[in-house]
Design a protein around this ligand. Structure first.
Ligand SMILES: Cc1ncc(COP(=O)(O)O)c(C=O)c1O
Length: 371
């Protein structure tokens, strides 16, 4: 039996099986269409997908790539960021954020976070040096960071702004979508994301035609007209089959977001006395990629929930600068991240969570704290 089928949790964190038969049929039909027309590499569905992603993220162009990591890497390469450059980023993210900077030859400079789990915009200016080329904030957990303030800082200092919007497709601030603020925005569509492939996928968005052209080259060995290599680069093209399946997923995205938001609202009310719940300040629209609580005695709570058959996750237990690969960099000053990383916990809040399951999770958390 494979891992997912042998998942014995009463409330799993996420279930990647496609159990909705109408969705399954639509997905299979989408795959069938690709197999039938045979344009497997950069087929027509890729262009349709890119058009939709650009529209939905309020940009002129989208370029489909093989993963969110590729999206970030190609975005940095498109801006010619490389050896000797510094890129300011957050301390708490999936390590792909730092890796993309490192893989370009540049150095990540890690800045502390706030209680919303995103980079503290007010600490960015102190981290700028003559080598700084870009700011790369992350819209973590499905909500935007303090992006307008960060865009203002980037502008004032002549820096590029790249949004790591990997988990936040569809999120917005004052009606402006994740990915629409920077020179470039990067998304992941891996299977855990709300807009998910059934394998790996990602996209980069921009309004700049020249950057779009460079991204198209970069995703295919750095070639121009698919022939002559101008800048050595890996093969990071998006799969046509994945694009076709995501076109199906796009039709159901709003419904997924609404269901996650309803779960979040329930938890906000049920858990407010027990833990710190994610905030959604005025103007923010959170898609709740994760519902991340800040909890005292987090490890004991996690164990208590585990014993009750509730699967939870810590995203992410190791702060980016403390991964082995980055330990030789100057020690960052990140006390808030160091504190919060001990207290964050993602609880099940996905779109298929039943009301009884959400009530069970909330009751189990309240029981732990005796409230
Ligand atoms: C914030 C962030 N950045 C980048 C990535 C990398 O995306 P991918 O897994 O598609 O390479 C992820 C993936 O989860 C992420 O959460």
């Amino acid at each position: 039996m494979d891992n997912i089928l042998s998942n014995t949790y009463r409330v799993p964190f996420l279930d990647l099986r496609v159990r909705d038969t109408s969705l399954k049929n639509e997905l299979l039909q989408a795959v069938d269409r690709v197999l039938t027309h045979g344009r497997i590499l950069l087929g027509p569905e890729v262009e349709q997908f890119e058009t939709r992603i650009a529209e939905l993220s309020q940009r002129r162009y989208a370029v489909g790539v093989n993963s969110g990591t590729d999206a970030l890497y190609f975005a940095l390469r498109a801006l010619e960021i490389g050896a000797g450059d510094e890129v300011i980023t957050t301390s708490l993210s999936w390590i792909a954020t730092a890796n993309a900077i490192n893989l370009c030859g540049a150095r990540p400079v890690f800045v502390d976070i706030t209680e919303d789990l995103t980079i503290n915009a007010e600490l960015i200016e102190a981290a700028i040096t003559s080598r700084t080329k870009a700011i790369l904030p992350v819209h973590f957990t499905g909500r935007l960071c303090d992006i307008t303030r960060i865009a203002q800082i980037a502008d004032e200092h002549g820096l590029y702004l790249i949004e790591d919007a990997a988990p936040s497709f569809g999120a917005s601030y004052n009606g402006s979508k994740a990915g629409s603020f920077g020179h470039l925005g990067a998304f992941s569509m891996n299977p855990m994301k709300l807009l998910n492939a059934y394998g790996e996928a990602g996209a980069v968005v921009t309004d700049d035609e020249e950057l779009r052209d460079r991204l198209v080259s970069l995703r295919y060995a750095g070639t121009v007209n698919k022939e002559d290599c101008h800048f050595p680069s890996p093969n990071g093209r998006i799969d046509t089959i994945q694009a076709a399946m995501m076109l199906v997923g796009l039709g159901r995205l709003d419904d997924k977001v609404s269901r996650r938001r309803a779960n979040a609202k329930f938890y906000d009310e049920a858990l407010g006395e027990a833990v710190i719940c994610p905030k959604e300040p005025e103007g923010y629209f959170n898609v709740y990629y994760t519902y991340t609580i800040i909890a005292e005695r987090r490890d004991d709570l996690k164990q208590h929930l585990e014993a009750k058959g509730i699967e939870t996750k810590v995203q992410h237990p190791i702060l980016m600068p403390y991964h082995t690969a980055y330990r030789d960099l100057p020690k960052p000053n990140i006390p808030v991240a160091e504190d919060l990383v001990q207290r964050i916990l993602c609880i099940p809040a996905h779109e298929d969570l039943g009301t009884d399951e959400a009530e069970y999770v909330a009751a189990s958390i309240r029981e732990f704290y005796g409230v």
